[in-house]
Design a protein around this ligand. Sequence first.
Ligand code: NAD
Ligand code: GLY
Length: 365
Amino acid sequence: MNANDLTTIDVTLGTRSYPVWIGRGLLGDSARWRARLRGRHALVVSNTTVAPLHLERMTKGLEGLAWSSFLLDDGEAHKSFANVERVLAALAELGATRDACVIALGGGVVGDLAGFSAACWMRGIDFIQMPTTLLAMVDSSVGGKTGVNLPAGKNLVGAFHQPRAVVADIDTLATLPDREYRAGLAEVVKGAAIGDEPFFAWLETHADALAARDDDAVIEAIARKVRYKAGVVARDETEQGERALLNLGHTFGHALETAGRYTALLHGEGVAVGMLLAARLSERLGMSAAADTARLRRLLEKLGLPVVVPPGMDAQQLLALMRLDKKNTAGQLRLILWRGIGKAEIVGGVAESEVLAVLQAAVAA
Ligand code: NAD
Ligand code: GLY
Protein backbone atom coordinates (compact mmCIF):
# COMPACT_ATOMS: atom_id res chain seq x y z
CA MET A 1 0.00 0.00 0.00
CA ASN A 2 1.26 3.49 -0.83
CA ALA A 3 1.14 6.16 1.87
CA ASN A 4 -0.52 8.59 -0.56
CA ASP A 5 -3.45 6.29 -1.16
CA LEU A 6 -6.72 6.60 0.68
CA THR A 7 -8.02 3.51 2.42
CA THR A 8 -11.76 3.30 3.08
CA ILE A 9 -13.31 0.75 5.40
CA ASP A 10 -17.05 0.65 5.85
CA VAL A 11 -18.67 -0.09 9.18
CA THR A 12 -21.82 -1.82 7.99
CA LEU A 13 -24.82 -1.06 10.19
CA GLY A 14 -27.73 -0.61 7.77
CA THR A 15 -28.86 3.01 7.52
CA ARG A 16 -26.28 3.96 10.15
CA SER A 17 -23.32 2.60 8.15
CA TYR A 18 -20.31 4.89 7.86
CA PRO A 19 -16.87 5.09 6.27
CA VAL A 20 -13.54 5.08 8.08
CA TRP A 21 -11.08 6.98 5.90
CA ILE A 22 -7.38 6.42 6.56
CA GLY A 23 -4.68 8.38 4.76
CA ARG A 24 -2.64 11.56 4.54
CA GLY A 25 -3.94 15.13 4.29
CA LEU A 26 -7.50 14.16 5.16
CA LEU A 27 -8.20 17.04 7.58
CA GLY A 28 -7.64 19.45 4.71
CA ASP A 29 -9.69 17.33 2.31
CA SER A 30 -12.91 18.96 3.48
CA ALA A 31 -14.94 18.19 0.35
CA ARG A 32 -14.83 14.52 1.40
CA TRP A 33 -15.92 14.87 5.03
CA ARG A 34 -18.25 17.84 4.57
CA ALA A 35 -20.42 15.65 2.40
CA ARG A 36 -21.25 13.73 5.61
CA LEU A 37 -22.67 16.90 7.31
CA ARG A 38 -26.42 17.25 6.94
CA GLY A 39 -27.11 20.71 8.39
CA ARG A 40 -25.67 24.19 8.74
CA HIS A 41 -24.29 23.96 12.31
CA ALA A 42 -21.08 22.34 13.52
CA LEU A 43 -19.37 22.31 16.90
CA VAL A 44 -15.74 21.21 16.93
CA VAL A 45 -14.61 19.65 20.22
CA SER A 46 -10.86 19.34 20.76
CA ASN A 47 -8.38 19.96 23.55
CA THR A 48 -5.74 22.52 24.47
CA THR A 49 -2.89 20.30 23.21
CA VAL A 50 -4.33 19.17 19.87
CA ALA A 51 -6.06 22.41 18.83
CA PRO A 52 -2.91 24.55 18.39
CA LEU A 53 -1.38 21.74 16.29
CA HIS A 54 -4.22 20.65 14.02
CA LEU A 55 -7.45 22.65 14.45
CA GLU A 56 -6.87 25.33 11.85
CA ARG A 57 -6.25 22.86 9.02
CA MET A 58 -9.68 21.34 9.47
CA THR A 59 -11.72 24.41 10.39
CA LYS A 60 -10.83 25.97 7.01
CA GLY A 61 -13.21 23.35 5.68
CA LEU A 62 -16.12 24.73 7.72
CA GLU A 63 -16.36 27.96 5.73
CA GLY A 64 -19.97 28.94 5.05
CA LEU A 65 -21.34 27.04 8.07
CA ALA A 66 -22.34 28.37 11.49
CA TRP A 67 -19.66 26.79 13.64
CA SER A 68 -17.73 27.21 16.87
CA SER A 69 -15.21 25.25 18.89
CA PHE A 70 -14.97 24.01 22.45
CA LEU A 71 -11.59 23.05 23.93
CA LEU A 72 -11.19 20.66 26.85
CA ASP A 73 -8.21 20.82 29.15
CA ASP A 74 -5.90 17.89 28.43
CA GLY A 75 -6.19 14.62 30.35
CA GLU A 76 -8.43 11.74 31.35
CA ALA A 77 -9.67 13.73 34.39
CA HIS A 78 -11.52 16.05 32.00
CA LYS A 79 -13.65 13.25 30.49
CA SER A 80 -16.34 14.33 32.93
CA PHE A 81 -20.05 15.07 33.16
CA ALA A 82 -19.22 18.70 33.94
CA ASN A 83 -17.57 19.01 30.53
CA VAL A 84 -20.51 17.33 28.77
CA GLU A 85 -22.67 20.09 30.23
CA ARG A 86 -20.24 22.68 28.89
CA VAL A 87 -20.32 21.13 25.41
CA LEU A 88 -24.13 21.10 25.51
CA ALA A 89 -24.08 24.76 26.55
CA ALA A 90 -21.82 25.48 23.55
CA LEU A 91 -24.35 23.73 21.27
CA ALA A 92 -27.13 25.84 22.76
CA GLU A 93 -25.07 29.00 22.25
CA LEU A 94 -24.50 28.01 18.62
CA GLY A 95 -28.24 27.53 18.15
CA ALA A 96 -27.62 23.94 17.03
CA THR A 97 -30.64 22.28 15.47
CA ARG A 98 -31.30 18.54 15.12
CA ASP A 99 -29.30 18.40 11.91
CA ALA A 100 -26.18 19.87 13.58
CA CYS A 101 -22.94 17.93 13.77
CA VAL A 102 -20.33 17.60 16.53
CA ILE A 103 -16.80 17.06 15.23
CA ALA A 104 -14.33 15.41 17.62
CA LEU A 105 -10.70 16.32 16.88
CA GLY A 106 -8.37 14.57 19.30
CA GLY A 107 -7.62 11.32 21.08
CA GLY A 108 -9.98 8.93 22.79
CA VAL A 109 -10.80 11.35 25.62
CA VAL A 110 -12.09 14.00 23.20
CA GLY A 111 -13.83 11.42 20.99
CA ASP A 112 -15.64 9.66 23.85
CA LEU A 113 -16.85 12.92 25.43
CA ALA A 114 -17.81 14.65 22.18
CA GLY A 115 -19.66 11.55 20.99
CA PHE A 116 -21.57 11.28 24.24
CA SER A 117 -22.48 14.97 24.08
CA ALA A 118 -23.77 14.41 20.52
CA ALA A 119 -25.81 11.44 21.77
CA CYS A 120 -27.42 13.68 24.43
CA TRP A 121 -28.17 16.88 22.47
CA MET A 122 -31.81 16.76 21.34
CA ARG A 123 -31.70 12.98 22.00
CA GLY A 124 -28.98 12.41 19.47
CA ILE A 125 -27.35 14.37 16.66
CA ASP A 126 -24.60 13.48 14.19
CA PHE A 127 -20.96 13.43 15.03
CA ILE A 128 -17.76 12.88 13.11
CA GLN A 129 -14.63 11.38 14.61
CA MET A 130 -11.30 12.91 13.61
CA PRO A 131 -8.89 10.83 15.72
CA THR A 132 -5.38 12.22 16.27
CA THR A 133 -3.82 9.43 18.38
CA LEU A 134 -2.99 5.98 17.07
CA LEU A 135 -5.14 4.49 19.83
CA ALA A 136 -8.14 6.55 18.75
CA MET A 137 -7.59 5.69 15.07
CA VAL A 138 -7.49 1.94 15.66
CA ASP A 139 -9.95 1.63 18.50
CA SER A 140 -11.96 4.36 20.21
CA SER A 141 -13.16 6.27 17.11
CA VAL A 142 -14.70 3.14 15.56
CA GLY A 143 -17.72 1.31 16.93
CA GLY A 144 -19.81 3.97 18.63
CA LYS A 145 -18.90 3.52 22.30
CA THR A 146 -19.10 6.99 23.83
CA GLY A 147 -19.12 8.14 27.43
CA VAL A 148 -17.50 9.83 30.39
CA ASN A 149 -15.99 8.89 33.75
CA LEU A 150 -17.57 9.26 37.18
CA PRO A 151 -15.67 9.59 40.47
CA ALA A 152 -16.88 5.99 41.06
CA GLY A 153 -15.09 4.65 37.98
CA LYS A 154 -14.01 4.98 34.35
CA ASN A 155 -16.56 4.94 31.52
CA LEU A 156 -19.47 4.23 33.86
CA VAL A 157 -21.84 6.49 31.92
CA GLY A 158 -22.25 6.34 28.19
CA ALA A 159 -24.22 5.49 25.09
CA PHE A 160 -23.77 3.53 21.91
CA HIS A 161 -23.85 6.30 19.31
CA GLN A 162 -22.20 5.66 15.95
CA PRO A 163 -20.35 8.47 14.15
CA ARG A 164 -21.30 9.58 10.62
CA ALA A 165 -17.67 9.16 9.51
CA VAL A 166 -14.18 8.59 10.87
CA VAL A 167 -11.43 10.72 9.37
CA ALA A 168 -8.04 9.25 10.35
CA ASP A 169 -5.45 11.67 8.97
CA ILE A 170 -2.09 10.06 9.72
CA ASP A 171 -0.32 13.41 9.27
CA THR A 172 -1.60 14.25 12.76
CA LEU A 173 0.51 11.41 14.19
CA ALA A 174 3.67 13.41 13.35
CA THR A 175 3.18 15.42 16.56
CA LEU A 176 2.16 12.48 18.76
CA PRO A 177 4.75 11.67 21.47
CA ASP A 178 6.48 8.29 21.09
CA ARG A 179 5.05 6.85 24.28
CA GLU A 180 1.48 7.61 23.14
CA TYR A 181 2.24 6.15 19.71
CA ARG A 182 3.51 2.89 21.23
CA ALA A 183 0.47 2.69 23.51
CA GLY A 184 -1.64 2.75 20.33
CA LEU A 185 0.40 -0.12 18.92
CA ALA A 186 -0.74 -2.25 21.88
CA GLU A 187 -4.33 -1.86 20.64
CA VAL A 188 -3.21 -2.97 17.18
CA VAL A 189 -1.54 -6.09 18.61
CA LYS A 190 -4.70 -6.73 20.65
CA GLY A 191 -6.91 -7.01 17.56
CA ALA A 192 -4.53 -9.49 15.95
CA ALA A 193 -4.12 -11.48 19.17
CA ILE A 194 -7.89 -11.79 19.56
CA GLY A 195 -8.92 -12.97 16.16
CA ASP A 196 -6.48 -12.59 13.29
CA GLU A 197 -3.37 -14.82 13.34
CA PRO A 198 -2.20 -13.80 9.83
CA PHE A 199 -2.28 -10.15 10.98
CA PHE A 200 -0.25 -11.13 14.06
CA ALA A 201 2.35 -12.76 11.80
CA TRP A 202 2.37 -9.60 9.63
CA LEU A 203 3.00 -7.50 12.76
CA GLU A 204 5.93 -9.75 13.69
CA THR A 205 7.45 -9.19 10.24
CA HIS A 206 6.82 -5.44 10.26
CA ALA A 207 7.58 -4.69 13.93
CA ASP A 208 10.77 -2.74 13.12
CA ALA A 209 8.98 -0.63 10.47
CA LEU A 210 6.14 0.07 12.91
CA ALA A 211 8.52 0.97 15.73
CA ALA A 212 10.20 3.39 13.28
CA ARG A 213 6.77 4.83 12.30
CA ASP A 214 7.12 3.94 8.64
CA ASP A 215 4.04 5.51 6.94
CA ASP A 216 3.14 2.54 4.77
CA ALA A 217 3.39 0.12 7.69
CA VAL A 218 1.38 2.43 9.96
CA ILE A 219 -1.44 2.81 7.42
CA GLU A 220 -1.55 -0.92 6.78
CA ALA A 221 -1.63 -1.68 10.52
CA ILE A 222 -4.43 0.85 11.14
CA ALA A 223 -6.44 -0.49 8.20
CA ARG A 224 -6.11 -4.13 9.26
CA LYS A 225 -7.07 -3.40 12.87
CA VAL A 226 -10.02 -1.20 11.83
CA ARG A 227 -11.21 -3.84 9.34
CA TYR A 228 -11.15 -6.45 12.08
CA LYS A 229 -12.98 -4.22 14.58
CA ALA A 230 -15.54 -3.06 11.99
CA GLY A 231 -16.45 -6.70 11.36
CA VAL A 232 -16.96 -7.40 15.05
CA VAL A 233 -19.05 -4.23 15.53
CA ALA A 234 -21.21 -5.04 12.50
CA ARG A 235 -21.98 -8.48 13.98
CA ASP A 236 -22.44 -7.37 17.61
CA GLU A 237 -22.91 -3.60 17.89
CA THR A 238 -24.07 -3.50 21.53
CA GLU A 239 -21.77 -6.17 22.97
CA GLN A 240 -24.21 -8.99 23.54
CA GLY A 241 -21.46 -11.53 22.79
CA GLU A 242 -18.51 -11.41 20.42
CA ARG A 243 -17.69 -7.72 20.97
CA ALA A 244 -16.63 -8.51 24.56
CA LEU A 245 -13.60 -10.27 23.04
CA LEU A 246 -12.24 -6.80 22.18
CA ASN A 247 -11.46 -6.49 25.89
CA LEU A 248 -8.59 -9.01 25.85
CA GLY A 249 -6.16 -7.89 28.57
CA HIS A 250 -8.52 -5.17 29.83
CA THR A 251 -9.51 -6.67 33.20
CA PHE A 252 -5.86 -7.12 34.18
CA GLY A 253 -4.96 -3.85 32.42
CA HIS A 254 -7.57 -1.69 34.19
CA ALA A 255 -6.45 -3.09 37.55
CA LEU A 256 -2.85 -2.18 36.70
CA GLU A 257 -3.86 1.31 35.50
CA THR A 258 -5.87 1.94 38.67
CA ALA A 259 -3.18 0.56 40.98
CA GLY A 260 -0.72 2.87 39.22
CA ARG A 261 -3.08 5.82 39.80
CA TYR A 262 -3.31 6.34 36.02
CA THR A 263 0.26 7.66 35.91
CA ALA A 264 2.44 4.52 36.01
CA LEU A 265 0.84 3.10 32.83
CA LEU A 266 -1.05 4.60 29.89
CA HIS A 267 -4.19 2.70 28.87
CA GLY A 268 -2.45 0.95 25.96
CA GLU A 269 0.51 0.03 28.18
CA GLY A 270 -1.87 -1.51 30.72
CA VAL A 271 -3.47 -3.48 27.87
CA ALA A 272 -0.02 -4.74 26.78
CA VAL A 273 0.89 -6.10 30.23
CA GLY A 274 -2.72 -7.22 30.73
CA MET A 275 -2.73 -9.28 27.51
CA LEU A 276 0.43 -11.02 28.63
CA LEU A 277 -1.11 -11.85 32.02
CA ALA A 278 -4.23 -13.17 30.26
CA ALA A 279 -1.97 -15.34 28.08
CA ARG A 280 -0.17 -16.68 31.18
CA LEU A 281 -3.49 -17.46 32.86
CA SER A 282 -4.72 -19.23 29.70
CA GLU A 283 -1.52 -21.27 29.71
CA ARG A 284 -1.97 -22.12 33.40
CA LEU A 285 -5.55 -23.26 32.75
CA GLY A 286 -4.33 -25.56 29.97
CA MET A 287 -6.01 -23.52 27.23
CA SER A 288 -2.91 -22.38 25.35
CA ALA A 289 0.76 -23.19 24.81
CA ALA A 290 3.78 -21.44 26.33
CA ALA A 291 4.99 -20.76 22.76
CA ASP A 292 2.00 -18.44 22.17
CA THR A 293 2.74 -16.45 25.33
CA ALA A 294 6.38 -16.18 24.26
CA ARG A 295 5.41 -14.92 20.76
CA LEU A 296 3.16 -12.25 22.28
CA ARG A 297 5.87 -11.12 24.69
CA ARG A 298 8.48 -10.92 21.91
CA LEU A 299 6.23 -8.80 19.70
CA LEU A 300 5.31 -6.40 22.51
CA GLU A 301 8.99 -6.01 23.41
CA LYS A 302 9.95 -5.35 19.79
CA LEU A 303 7.34 -2.59 19.68
CA GLY A 304 8.80 -0.99 22.81
CA LEU A 305 5.85 -1.83 25.06
CA PRO A 306 6.08 -2.79 28.75
CA VAL A 307 5.80 -6.51 29.52
CA VAL A 308 6.16 -6.51 33.30
CA VAL A 309 4.01 -5.28 36.18
CA PRO A 310 5.37 -1.92 37.45
CA PRO A 311 7.27 -2.18 40.76
CA GLY A 312 5.46 -1.82 44.07
CA MET A 313 2.13 -3.38 43.06
CA ASP A 314 0.47 -6.00 45.23
CA ALA A 315 -1.20 -9.16 43.85
CA GLN A 316 -4.11 -9.12 46.36
CA GLN A 317 -4.80 -5.45 45.59
CA LEU A 318 -4.81 -6.16 41.85
CA LEU A 319 -7.21 -9.08 42.34
CA ALA A 320 -9.53 -6.85 44.40
CA LEU A 321 -9.55 -4.30 41.57
CA MET A 322 -10.29 -7.04 39.02
CA ARG A 323 -13.40 -8.02 41.01
CA LEU A 324 -14.87 -4.58 40.13
CA ASP A 325 -14.77 -5.22 36.37
CA LYS A 326 -18.05 -4.61 34.47
CA LYS A 327 -17.82 -8.02 32.73
CA ASN A 328 -18.07 -10.00 35.99
CA THR A 329 -21.35 -11.66 36.88
CA ALA A 330 -22.74 -12.54 40.33
CA GLY A 331 -19.42 -12.57 42.16
CA GLN A 332 -17.61 -14.62 39.50
CA LEU A 333 -14.64 -13.47 37.45
CA ARG A 334 -15.39 -13.41 33.75
CA LEU A 335 -12.30 -12.89 31.64
CA ILE A 336 -11.24 -12.80 28.03
CA LEU A 337 -8.61 -15.54 27.64
CA TRP A 338 -7.25 -17.30 24.56
CA ARG A 339 -6.51 -20.68 23.04
CA GLY A 340 -3.47 -19.21 21.33
CA ILE A 341 -2.84 -16.36 18.91
CA GLY A 342 -6.02 -15.28 17.12
CA LYS A 343 -8.30 -17.45 19.26
CA ALA A 344 -9.70 -15.38 22.15
CA GLU A 345 -12.63 -16.66 24.23
CA ILE A 346 -14.93 -15.38 26.96
CA VAL A 347 -14.40 -17.56 30.04
CA GLY A 348 -16.73 -17.34 33.03
CA GLY A 349 -16.27 -18.72 36.55
CA VAL A 350 -12.48 -18.41 36.57
CA ALA A 351 -11.16 -19.47 40.00
CA GLU A 352 -9.68 -16.51 41.87
CA SER A 353 -6.86 -18.74 43.15
CA GLU A 354 -5.63 -19.24 39.55
CA VAL A 355 -5.74 -15.50 38.82
CA LEU A 356 -3.94 -14.77 42.09
CA ALA A 357 -1.20 -17.28 41.27
CA VAL A 358 -0.55 -15.51 37.93
CA LEU A 359 -0.52 -12.09 39.63
CA GLN A 360 1.80 -13.29 42.41
CA ALA A 361 4.27 -14.69 39.89
CA ALA A 362 4.12 -11.44 37.90
CA VAL A 363 4.72 -9.08 40.84
CA ALA A 364 7.59 -11.29 42.08
CA ALA A 365 9.32 -11.37 38.65
P1 NAD B 1 -5.96 10.91 25.00
O1 NAD B 1 -7.15 11.32 24.29
O2 NAD B 1 -5.79 11.36 26.41
O3 NAD B 1 -4.68 11.35 24.15
C1 NAD B 1 -3.39 11.05 24.66
C2 NAD B 1 -2.51 12.31 24.73
O4 NAD B 1 -2.09 12.66 23.42
C3 NAD B 1 -3.23 13.53 25.28
O5 NAD B 1 -2.32 14.27 26.05
C4 NAD B 1 -3.59 14.30 24.01
O6 NAD B 1 -3.77 15.69 24.23
C5 NAD B 1 -2.40 14.03 23.16
N1 NAD B 1 -2.61 14.11 21.72
C6 NAD B 1 -3.66 13.64 21.01
N2 NAD B 1 -3.41 13.75 19.70
C7 NAD B 1 -2.19 14.32 19.58
C8 NAD B 1 -1.39 14.69 18.48
N3 NAD B 1 -1.75 14.41 17.23
N4 NAD B 1 -0.22 15.28 18.72
C9 NAD B 1 0.20 15.52 20.00
N5 NAD B 1 -0.50 15.16 21.09
C10 NAD B 1 -1.68 14.58 20.87
O7 NAD B 1 -5.80 9.32 25.05
P2 NAD B 1 -6.05 8.16 23.97
O8 NAD B 1 -5.02 7.15 24.28
O9 NAD B 1 -6.18 8.68 22.61
O10 NAD B 1 -7.49 7.63 24.41
C11 NAD B 1 -7.72 7.10 25.70
C12 NAD B 1 -9.20 7.25 26.00
O11 NAD B 1 -9.92 6.49 25.05
C13 NAD B 1 -9.60 6.73 27.36
O12 NAD B 1 -10.51 7.65 27.93
C14 NAD B 1 -10.31 5.42 27.06
O13 NAD B 1 -11.30 5.10 28.01
C15 NAD B 1 -10.90 5.73 25.72
N6 NAD B 1 -11.17 4.54 24.89
C16 NAD B 1 -12.39 4.44 24.34
C17 NAD B 1 -12.70 3.37 23.51
C18 NAD B 1 -14.03 3.30 22.84
O14 NAD B 1 -14.34 2.27 22.23
N7 NAD B 1 -14.83 4.34 22.90
C19 NAD B 1 -11.73 2.39 23.24
C20 NAD B 1 -10.46 2.53 23.82
C21 NAD B 1 -10.18 3.62 24.64
N1 GLY C 1 -12.80 -0.90 22.89
C1 GLY C 1 -13.71 -1.97 22.98
C2 GLY C 1 -14.92 -1.80 22.12
O1 GLY C 1 -15.02 -0.89 21.35
O2 GLY C 1 -15.82 -2.59 22.23
